[in-house]
Design a protein around this ligand. Structure first.
Ligand code: SAM
Ligand code: SF4
Ligand code: F3S
Length: 486
């Protein structure tokens, strides 16, 4: 599979297509007597969120505006995730709903992209059962969206564009429509070469390819100038950054340079793999005040035998060594993880080792998953699949244990005062605001009326000192004492 860097010529092809689409939607808006609108619905991880910000930016360039009313949009893009079966089921469930929208507006365009579109069975299903989907393209064709959309409008036939080339386009290729006022998602690399035997991502996202160090630095500088408070460096395994580039720059270099930009209050990253976490990354976390004191490191299983079958080349002992180092170097920090229950062949003994690992690491929070068979991955054809009732029983036991540690982690914060980066008003509880500590603990807090009377919109990205008062299972409650950013 070839890895191709997007060129200036590609840029002009997309610019030309964008121009044609702008004319098309301007004429359509005049005919309808209202602006044409778009919507992007995102499933899956932050990498998909980041891709969706680029898709939105491309559609703004086409003269479309973000849909805000009750009417269905004129262009709907569904950016899908294939990591577990339930993510796929959600997409197919929702596609049925959009059929009615399309009946009401025959000119509506429905595009489906994202990781599910690299799985041939999904593409066939859309081809055969969802003829009203106009355009299908895979994540590697993201930069090509204007050209593909323009072609779809010309042909008026279902356009399926799924290739086997891994493109890499620098972020400066796009006009990124960032969703949060204070947080910028910055992918530093794409794809994954690890081929964990349960995981679809290497097939969906292709081979690892790293952005250029200089381009990333330029983007960080622009973000600082634009006033972003938080950057999140993204990749499936950020520790692999730089392999294949020839400038001798690795992830720790990017992390440290980002932390050197003092106008960033938080520098975060997601995800790293235990097999090659560079110890310098933990040192940087300990040394720089704006480095988030949070390490997300997927354990997956506490059993060495299961880890071997998962093709995760580390032992639980090696994982504990990193966990212990993090705890000693970054006191008060949070260590979070991903765990899969019910991987094929997992015995009760293996599962107990996972519980023991949780007891050892005392994760501050964890994403826990029931193993989901992904067609095309090696583990899907393993014969010793664990029965569903056994998996759900183990899952409940794991959740109970982990919830206890998550609660204790929040309890340990009670009584202290911590600076919180404010995300805005709580959607569920009027009068409550939310934010995160530098250790990524979620904080819900009140603000005395003498200090603030707004609806929270203008607080997004501000910093404040919060007294932490009550622990909840997934958050800490508190009250704002003062703003710390002037
Ligand atoms: N690259 C990241 C890493 O290795 O840390 C993980 C990214 S993956 C999108 C997020 C998590 O989904 C994985 O860590 C794993 O726990 C879970 N996952 C992946 N494939 C799965 C499957 N087939 N069934 C259940 N969970 C799965
Ligand atoms: Fe999937 Fe493993 Fe790659 Fe993470 S490292 S994306 S779990 S194959
Ligand atoms: Fe899903 Fe693709 Fe992310 S499979 S988790 S959207 S990389």
């Amino acid at each position: 599979m070839a890895i191709i860097r997007v060129t200036e010529e590609d840029k002009s092809i997309q610019a030309e297509a964008t121009g044609r689409l702008r004319d098309h939607f301007a004429a359509k808006s005049a005919e309808l007597g209202r602006p044409c609108t778009f919507d992007v619905i995102t499933y899956g991880c932050q990498l998909n969120e980041s891709d969706s910000e680029k898709l939105s930016g491309m559609m703004l360039d086409m003269g479309l505006i973000a849909n805000s009313g009750n009417r269905a949009p004129d262009v709907l893009v569904l950016n899908t995730c294939s990591v577990r079966e339930n993510a796929e089921d959600r997409l197919f469930g929702n596609l049925g709903i959009y059929k009615t929208d399309k009946k009401n507006n025959r000119d509506m365009i429905i595009a489906v992209c994202g990781c599910m579109m690299k799985v041939p069975e999904n593409v066939d299903r859309i081809r055969n059962s969802y003829p009203y989907v106009d355009l299908v393209f895979d994540p590697q064709q993201l930069h090509n969206f204007p050209f593909l959309l323009s072609k779809t409008l010309d042909s008026r036939r279902q356009n399926i564009s799924v290739g086997d080339t891994d493109y890499i386009a620098e972020d400066n290729f796009y006009n990124i429509d960032r969703k949060r006022k204070f947080r910028a998602l910055v992918p530093i690399m794409y794809g994954c070469n690890n081929f964990c035997t349960y995981c679809i991502v290497p097939y969906a996202r292709g081979r690892e390819r790293s952005r250029s160090f200089d381009e990333i630095m330029a983007e960080l500088k622009t973000l600082a100038d634009q006033g972003y408070k938080e950057v999140m460096l993204l990749g499936q395994n950020v520790n692999s950054y730089g392999k294949g580039n020839d400038d001798g720059k690795y992830f720790a270099d990017i992390f440290e340079e980002a932390c050197r930009i003092s106008s960033f209050s938080r520098v975060r990253f997601m995800s790293s793999h235990p097999k090659d976490l560079n110890r310098r990354v933990i040192d940087i976390m300990a040394e720089y005040p704006n480095a988030e004191k949070h390490l997300h490191l997927a354990l997956q299983s506490g059993s060495d035998a299961v880890l071997r079958r998962m093709n995760r080349p580390y032992t639980s002992r090696e994982f504990f060594d990193i966990a212990d180092l993090f705890r000693s170097r970054v006191p008060g920090g949070s260590l979070t993880t991903d765990i899969i229950v019910g991987f094929p062949g997992e015995t009760e003994e293996d599962f107990v080792k996972t519980l023991e690992a949780v007891d050892h690491c005392k994760f501050d929070s964890a994403f826990t998953f029931q193993y989901s068979k992904r067609p095309g991955t090696p583990a899907a054809s393993y014969e010793d699949q664990v029965p569903k009732d056994v998996v759900s029983g183990r899952f409940a036991r794991l959740l109970e244990l982990q919830n206890d540690y998550a609660y204790k982690s929040n309890l340990a914060k009670v009584g202290s005062e911590e600076e919180v980066l404010i995300e805005g008003a709580s959607k569920q509880q009027p009068g409550i605001f939310t934010g995160r500590t530098i250790s990524n603990h979620l904080v819900n807090f009140t603000i005395p009326g003498s200090m603030y009377n707004g609806n929270g919109d203008d607080l997004e990205g501000r910093l404040g000192m919060v007294r932490l008062e009550t622990a909840r299972p997934y958050s800490v409650d508190g009250s704002l004492m003062r703003f710390t950013d002037g």
